[in-house]
Ligand binder design. Sequence first.
Ligand code: GLV
Ligand code: GLV
Length: 323
Amino acid sequence: KLMKVFVTRRIPQEGMKILSAAGVCEVSLWDSDEPLPRSELLKGVQGVHGLLCMLSDKIDAEVLDAAGPNLKVISTLSVGFDHLAVDEIKQRGIRVGYTPNVLTDATAELTVALLLATARRLPEGVEEVKNGGWSSWKPLWLCGYGLSGSTVGIIGLGRIGLAIAKRLMPFGVKRLLYSGRTAKSQANEVNGEFVPMDTLVSMSDFIVVSCSLTPETQGLCDKTFFSKMKNTAVFVNSSRGAVVNQEDLYEALSSGQIAAAGLDVTTPEPLPANHPLLTLKNCVVLPHIGSATYSTRGTMSALAAQNLLAGVQGTAMPSELTL
Ligand code: GLV
Ligand code: GLV
């Protein structure tokens, strides 16, 4: 008898091919690029053995109840899992698959691109070229900040944080600081110095947030945090929006407390087009595209499909989330 699985969005064909080739499941797909309404999620999961979801789908007790007792596996097309009520899920004996490692390089590249674009004011420059604001070469115009000789602070030196550090060091970074729960042995690959958060915040010319969203990191970057940063420092976040208190960030950016911010993640997503942060020239906001290369999304899709298949069949998953 075929296992029922529900896929909550169109995903790259790599994953769909794996699901159909396996011949063990009957796939129903929310066949759209747009998120499905909550009511459709609650309907779609009814009686399924497996669920393949996105980071924009909140999987909580209500969804698990709607799915019922058949549900064996939740496979998310993401490395982050803050959208999953993991305790509820584990309590019910449901396994979780996710996509670490395969998106590390793409996310690190995007983070470096965002850091440089923010520090060197690329979006502002592009805008001036288009709107006629480029009147001549000007010694004082569109100056920003460079990495050479700088101190970089990375909050969360995990897989992605380390990959970011490795890419930044060749720009001539002088000191690489990091903070988090514990010192990491892999930090020696980038001469990273484990320091208290306060030290990192006050000494860094660039602060990169690369930690996961947990109760401890929620709202970590707040008024107090920004008040300790240098006025010339650039703040970059490619983890989760909720690590940042956005009202406090707006205040810090508009008052000149900090130089600039680059965000690939916000709360909510999408950020409404009239949001105050979008009125600021020194804030560069991207639409959560850290892992968005063709190749990486294809690989994520394949991995999420393999995790799902292993989950419904009760075999070893390529990437199981164990907590
Ligand atoms: C993206 O943010 C992910 O968690 O994969
Ligand atoms: C995510 O993959 C991380 O550990 O940084």
